[in-house]
Design a protein around this ligand. Structure first.
Ligand code: NAD
Ligand code: SER
Length: 316
């Protein structure tokens, strides 16, 4: 079994991916890492855990060499809202971090998974059923780093033969680890507030449709892509994947089916609204379905039922 390194493992996706990979491949085959040290609040499997700053190429190379790593799941990044607040840091972490990981992967013959995002699209992209191959002119620092990252991964595959793969994730909804400062975070916060206060003040307008996905589908997607036969992968670094296209009203409606007196009101954050308005309403993910059998299991109703059940236990 090839040994795995995860960067940014203590974040929303990394914390759940770490546990899923430990369960699938064994804790002795997984090394988790993050720029901050693990605390008792991080519910990560009992595998090797390192402090690793991806902006330091030497640290990455030493860790890869020490553990004979052959697959890197590179999740360390700043999300859209944080990246807009700190564009210089976002460029450094998102771009230089990825470049460092790819250089180490080239040197030590590792495969690399890197998530892209709906943020890789912009205002001039077709917003409905956004095609797999289309115009990508994002106007956010997050989007700029995501498009450049897709291209850089393509380059490392074509030029150096590094087995790079990636997904354009939509907003990811989950109950274990809180999201790290994105535009789609409302779709997680709303569930917490529904249980705690039966009301939520949303920072995006009603009618703001965005693609979303429940965490178990997001984890299955990355595992299935990384295990796919690489001869079948045409769009290897940037597969559109989605499970649902929803706006705050639709999400509130699904919560109201279980909490009838739940209410939503709005206080718009112009920065995050601007970012959301530049992103697709819905993506066409047929390339992922055709090339490696992508198929989500959770729709809005099923996700809401599970989120509320799990959060009631967590917040009890
Ligand atoms: P997150 O913000 O929850 O976690 C990111 C982690 O990276 C954090 O634990 C942070 O401490 C760590 N980190 C930050 N700077 C670092 C550095 N210099 N070195 C090492 N680690 C560092 O993010 P996430 O939601 O888990 O996202 C993971 C990846 O998935 C990112 O590339 C993100 O763009 C992408 N993605 C996420 C979503 C989503 O909705 N969560 C959607 C699309 C794409
Ligand atoms: N959920 C992410 C964000 O809002 C999308 O990439 O930043």
């Amino acid at each position: 079994m090839s040994k795995i390194l995860i960067t940014g493992s203590l974040g929303q996706i990394g914390s759940e991916l770490a546990n899923a990979l430990c369960e699938r491949y064994g804790t002795s085959n997984v090394v988790v890492s993050d720029v901050r040290a693990k605390t008792v609040d991080d519910q990560i499997s009992d595998c090797e855990c390192a402090v690793l700053d991806v902006t330091d190429v030497t640290q990455i190379a030493e860790l890869v060499k020490k553990h004979n790593i052959k697959i890197i799941y590179h999740l360390a990044a700043l999300l859209s809202a944080v990246a807009e607040a700190k564009p210089q840091t976002a460029w450094n972490v998102n771009m230089n971090g990825l470049y460092n990981v790819l250089e180490v992967a080239r040197e030590f013959a590792c495969a690399v998974f890197t998530p892209s995002s709906i943020g890789a699209f912009g205002l001039s992209t077709p917003h409905d059923k956004t095609p797999q191959d289309t115009i990508q002119r994002p106007n956010t620092m997050y989007g700029v780093t995501k498009v450049a990252g897709e291209l850089l991964c393509d380059y490392y595959y074509k030029r150096f033969g590094v087995d790079t793969r990636g997904l354009r994730y939509p907003g990811i909804i989950s109950y274990k680890t809180l999201p790290g400062g994105g535009t789609t975070d409302y779709a997680v916060e709303i569930y917490y507030e529904a249980i705690k206060k039966k009301k939520y003040t949303c920072f995006l307008k009603p009618g703001t449709y965005l693609d979303m996905m429940y965490m178990p589908d997001a984890i299955n997607a990355v595992i299935n892509l990384m295990e796919a036969d690489q001869k079948k992968l045409i769009h290897r670094n940037a597969f559109n994947v989605t499970a649902m296209s929803i706006d705050p009203e639709k999400l509130a409606g699904s919560i109201r089916k279980q909490i009838p007196d739940f209410s939503i009101d709005y206080k718009i954050d112009p920065v995050r609204q601007g970012i959301a308005d530049s992103w697709p309403n819905s993506m066409d993910d047929s390339a992922a379905r055709e090339e490696w059998g992508w198929q989500p299991k959770y729709n809005l109703e099923k996700m809401t039922e599970d989120m509320l059940t799990q959060l009631r236990k967590k917040l009890a």
